[in-house]
Ligand binder design. Structure first.
Ligand code: FHN
Length: 487
């Protein structure tokens, strides 16, 4: 019972969004922030067009892969996410740091991973440059606890992925856990938050703090000596980044969030920043992990849903609940029809590999996108998002892992997008002899042309009840198809 409530609490935190602290930034900083935010239009345009990205959670936690001292995460009464094992199993810092001596992922090949992202139809890649365990996946002058200085591997994988993306024409961004650092973040401002009765927007004020073996330094020292310098070196050493994915801002003060925003802007002004920088200072919204907003119309900024491929971000040896190609396509089209982006995660193993099942599923969905990508990239949401009987509610990581993904898509389900003078009706089910799209009725204007992407022009009838299309004989794609109509 206690385990369940801790897990539920964790999922609740992750789903309610990222709340603010009591204060706000100064008036001068608010004016400055507005100017900086408004100057990023080119990157917002890029983001809106790109639609689909690859998230990579990779770090020392891929060695235990969800098992510590013979016990799986299930037996520890806390988070079930593999990258949280240091916290769930309350591993002392020195003991956790020893994992670095074993980290030697000699099979890692950045070009293969970037090629996989390309084959999957993804347009950008975001790597965890440092996750909550405090370990940097690049050469850092600010902390020796990094992949080059602390492991026998001695290779800067961030640099390798960055270069591979450049070679293969994908865009690149970095994730950085700015607020939570179990290795060096002291008490994560916990004592102060408790003393000041700070409203951190969650019931458990200690959430994410290292309470089992905190580093002896203050949080301010961590910011000055590690976090700010590391963000600066990321910005100096890896130019032309698209985004900085800050995460988990609880207890972070408004001026600290502001500083994290400003240091990025001063070096790479084009970089857009996630809402999880905290205190309302993000450039784009993250509605939740594995969560699709029911109604996205009220979201005023660009947004991105991030998703696990199984039910963990970091590699977890015993979680094989992989999203099938159809499920992946569902997430992507549901999100895109609502105007958002989807960033789907892979968690490489401690050898540096992506599991075969995960790679296969990504590639199958990618084949669909090769034919139908025109209905995804560079599109906008239409006034109608979906028609048909399927109505799912994607509530978050814990919900998916506990309930599983259950859906019976039908040939009557269509999701919509638009681009210029064309509309797209997207199906992820095999067609029957005839497709009827009710939303394309005569009321929306006279349709002049209809085609099936990857197939060609088709005959159609447009009436008050909708558009009817005869599906060509023998046309039966397993994961559906797209009808494009033009006016
Ligand atoms: O705690 C992290 C988690 O490990 C993972 O990085 C996700 C990705 O969105 N962010 C936090 C939980 O929301």
């Amino acid at each position: 019972m206690r385990r369940i409530s801790t897990v539920l609490l964790l999922s609740l935190f992750i789903q309610i969004g990222f709340a603010q602290t009591n204060d706000s930034i100064s008036k001068e900083h608010a004016v400055e922030w507005k100017k900086m935010n408004a100057s990023k239009k080119a990157t917002f345009d890029w983001f809106r067009d790109a639609k689909y990205g690859m998230f990579i959670h990779w770090g020392l936690y891929s060695i235990p892969a969800g098992v510590w001292k013979g016990k799986t995460l299930k037996e520890y009464k806390s988070s079930q996410l593999a990258e949280w094992i240091m916290s769930s199993a309350k591993i002392p810092r020195a003991e956790y740091a020893e994992l670095a001596n074993q980290f030697n992922p000699v099979q890692f090949n950045a070009d293969s991973i970037v090629l996989l992202a390309k084959e999957a139809g993804m347009r950008y890649v975001v790597l965890t440059s440092k996750h909550h365990d405090g370990f940097a996946m690049y050469q850092s002058a600010a902390s020796k606890f990094n992949i080059v200085d602390a492991t026998p591997f001695k290779r800067d994988v961030l640099r390798e992925l960055y270069n591979a993306c450049k070679r293969q024409g994908l865009d690149f961004g970095v994730y950085y856990s700015h607020n939570i650092d179990w290795m060096d973040g002291g008490d994560g401002q916990l004592a102060e938050a408790i003393a000041n009765k700070m409203n951190v927007g969650i019931k458990n004020v200690a959430f994410g703090a290292n309470t089992w073996d905190p580093s002896p330094n203050s949080f301010e020292e961590y910011l000055q000596k590690k976090a700010y310098p590391q963000v600066k070196e990321l910005m100096h050493n890896y130019p032309d980044l698209k985004c900085l994915w800050y995460d988990m801002p609880w207890r972070l003060k408004p001026e600290q969030s502001y500083e994290f925003y400003k240091i990025v802007y001063d070096i790479q002004p084009q970089v857009i920043i996630t809402e999880r920088i905290g205190n309302g200072l993000g450039d784009y919204i993250i509605p939740g992990d594995n969560k699709i907003p029911v109604d996205a119309n009220g979201i005023a900024k660009p947004w991105e849903t991030v998703g696990t491929h199984n039910n963990s971000w970091g590699y977890k040896s015993y979680d094989n609940d992989w999203k099938t190609p159809k499920e992946m396509l569902y997430w992507l089209i549901e999100i895109v029809s609502k105007g958002g982006n989807y960033m789907l995660n892979i968690g490489p193993t401690s050898e540096g590999l992506v599991t075969q099942q995960s790679a296969n599923n990504l590639r199958v969905a990618g084949k669909w996108l090769k034919i139908n990508g025109e209905a995804i990239y560079g599109t906008q949401k239409w006034k109608i998002m979906h028609e048909g009987p399927t109505n799912l509610n994607m509530e978050g990581t814990t919900a998916r892992s506990q309930k599983g993904f259950k859906a019976n898509f039908t040939p009557e389900d269509f999701w919509f997008t638009q681009k210029g003078k064309s509309l797209y009706a997207i199906s992820i089910e095999k067609p029957t002899e005839e497709a009827v799209i009710k939303s394309f009725c005569s009321e929306i204007g006279k349709i002049k042309r209809a085609e099936i992407l990857g197939f060609g022009k088709v005959k159609f009838k447009q009436k008050q009840e909708g558009l009817t299309i005869k599906i060509p004989k023998g046309f039966c794609p397993e994961n559906g198809y797209v009808i494009k109509v033009s006016f």
